[in-house]
Design a protein around this ligand. Structure first.
Ligand code: GTP
Ligand code: SPV
Ligand code: MN
Length: 588
């Protein structure tokens, strides 16, 4: 036992009584303990050790084919009142949920070991950080949590002996039975119960379950925000760094933007980009009245396919040691890993993500589209020196964005904070392989938080508006971007990736009052000439096309927004109703 905290000890006792493990192991986070666990996972086949020279400290893991992504349909917010869960979440009465799940958990760890994982979301010692304890029967979870969080005895330093302020996470892989898979959140009890999955966001309970769903609820009550946002810093040649947060839905480019390599035109002038976080931001108003962000995580759970030396060299470099690969292809010729888009040489002698001998010539995929790497943040060549800073970094701009083939232009700026909240609330994006279900279907995904908001989304919008009131003229400016507009043949028009910095530069200039803008129906936009395309195969006319606002499409869009807004009934803030009405007038 690593703590004298009675609340923790009593809760763990309760979980042991429920799940009845043969053995209970407290995870102190020491190297010896982790090495022993890794050796055990290798001996059972749960993990495979990769090439010690090319990929030192790296492991490969495959989940079952029925368990490869988040399952939104089986994810529940169990608030006491249904109305507090809201129309965009699945609600389950907590009494019923606890009762039903208790039957599934009863004795589920017989013959297994329970690992008790203390962890901190946020740097140890930061007053913004929060403690969680996850109990699990999976060594894969322990190994991932070791990378993704500050894990082990040190996490209890933040809690002390008396506090009851920790998030209780119970996970069992059980039989990985998809028909009895549940990811349940009890925001009023600081509790998460997850069963019958062994994959990523369903089981690494510090991530989406705590740092977004539970934390968003805590943030509403405590006056801060938990958001599905990357955090990056752009350093100018004078050495000043400005920070940007950006919210894009799952598999829409956060990791890529967070670690971008500046185009040559900026590199040679001395610009640098620093990564603070690639998925989650906790935002608070600092003593100076500005908005400050910390990344509560300690690693990256990134999408593997498409990651390569050209698209994201920093992410690739992050995965060259002490990394876990999940559901990628296994190259047997040198015991390394491969995924679609890594290079143009798929291995001839390989095992695919399902564990079968793989012949790439038949057109099948070696890696699952949602295969992932779990890499320590400290491996990242462009990790910010503020990464462990207890106060985080001050935010100049908030950027929303999605995957839209047409409607949304390359970039626009909101008129003010409330209009920015409107811009975030009307986000829509094509679905991706990060969640189970159809891919490529456009759906509304406000602030990229549709699957992650732990309470009523109407109240969430209201909370955003309240935060803007408190920030006043110190509020970050709000923007929207879309890297995914396509031409008539379906090809992306904008080069994306590192070249996205060209758009971020306009955004920062706007924040500093240095760049001009054109007022359009949907917001402020750059003049085409103000997006620097030097060194690109793109002319001003193409940029004009990328910035174009199609009145007809946008008029249709307002109908869709109206329909979506209806769901929220009287919990939709008046401010947003007004914004929609004004947009309609501007489009007339
Ligand atoms: P989650 O980890 O699921 O939250 O995803 P993410 O938002 O971090 O997305 P990520 O950066 O991993 O990108 C997902 C996919 O989008 C990858 O296949 C990338 O290659 C692709 N992608 C990222 N940025 C761009 C871009 O600027 N343009 C284009 N065309 N594709 C991009
Ligand atoms: C996402 O889907 O947004 C992810 C991956 O970052 S998971 O942790 O599985 O949610
Ligand atoms: Mn994500």
């Amino acid at each position: 036992m690593l703590t004298n905290n009675k609340n923790v000890l009593n809760w763990v006792d309760e979980m042991v009584a429920l799940t009845k493990p043969d053995k209970v192991v407290w995870i102190d986070g020491s190297d010896e303990q982790m090495e022993a666990l890794k050796a055990e996972a290798v001996s059972t086949g749960e993990m495979e050790v990769l090439n010690a020279e090319k990929l030192p400290g790296c492991y490969l893991h495959r989940t079952l084919p029925n368990d490869v992504a988040r399952v939104e349909g089986r994810t529940f917010i169990c608030s006491r009142k249904e109305e507090d869960c809201g129309p965009t979440n699945n609600w389950w009465d907590p009494k019923e949920a606890y009762a039903t799940l208790s039957k599934l958990y009863d004795g589920v760890m017989k013959g297994r070991t329970m690992y008790v994982i203390p962890y901190s979301m946020g740097p140890i010692g930061s007053k913004f950080s929060k403690v969680g304890v996850e109990v699990t029967d999976s060594i894969y979870v322990v190994m991932n949590m070791d990378i993704m969080t500050r894990m082990g005895a040190k996490a209890f330093e933040n809690l002390g002996d008396e506090s009851n302020d920790f998030v209780r996470g119970l996970h069992s892989k059980a039989d990985i039975d998809e028909n009895n898979r549940y990811i349940c959140h009890f925001p009023e009890d600081n509790t998460i119960w997850s069963i019958n999955s062994a994959y990523g966001g369903n089981v690494l309970l510090g991530k989406k379950c705590f740092a977004l769903r539970i934390a968003s609820y805590q943030g509403k009550n405590e006056g801060w925000m938990a958001e599905h946002m990357l955090i990056l810093g752009i350093e100018n040649p004078e050495g000043e760094v400005r920070y940007i947060c950006a919210a894009f839905p799952s598999a829409c480019g956060k990791t890529n933007l967070a670690m971008l390599i500046p185009p040559e035109i900026y590199r040679k002038k001395g610009y640098k980009v620093w990564c603070v976080g690639d998925d989650i931001a906790w935002l608070r108003i600092g003593e100076d009245g500005r908005l400050w962000a910390i990344n509560p995580e300690n690693g990256f759970f990134g999408v593997a396919p498409g990651t390569n030396e050209k698209s994201n060299p920093n992410a690739l470099a992050s995965t060259r040691k002490n990394t876990i690969f999940t559901n990628v292809a296994h190259n047997l010729s040198d015991n390394t890993v491969w995924w679609e888009g890594l290079d143009k040489n798929p291995p001839a002698n390989a095992i695919d993500w399902m564990g079968n001998k793989w012949d790439y010539t038949d057109g099948s995929k070696g890696a699952h589209p949602n295969s992932r790497f779990t890499a320590p943040a400290e491996n990242c060549p462009c990790i910010s020196k503020e990464f462990n800073s207890p106060n985080g970094v001050p935010i100049s701009a908030i950027v929303f964005g999605g995957r839209r083939a047409k409607t949304a232009p390359l970039v626009y700026q909101s008129f003010d904070w409330n209009h920015g909240v409107f811009v975030g609330s009307i986000m829509a994006s094509e679905t991706t392989a990060a969640a189970s279900g159809a891919v490529g279907v456009v759906r509304r995904d406000p602030m990229a938080m549709l699957p992650f908001c732990g309470y009523h989304m109407g109240d969430y919008f209201k909370h955003w508006i309240e935060m803007g009131k408190k920030l006043g003229d110190k509020a970050p400016k709000i923007f929207n971007v879309n890297w995914f507009r396509t031409d008539d043949e379906g090809h992306f028009i904008w080069p994306g990736f590192g070249d996205n910095m060209r758009v971020l530069m306009w955004i920062l200039e706007r924040c500093e009052g240095k760049a001009d803008a054109v007022k359009t129906q949907i917001g402020y936009q750059p003049k085409a000439e103000d997006i620097n395309v030097e060194g690109l195969d793109i002319d001003v006319e193409t940029v004009k096309g990328l910035l174009n606002v199609d009145k007809e499409l946008w008029t249709e869009e307002t109908e869709g927004i109206g329909e979506f807004y209806k769901k929220f009934g009287d919990r939709l803030p008046e401010e947003l109703k007004d914004e929609l009405a004004e947009l309609k007038i501007r489009l007339k």
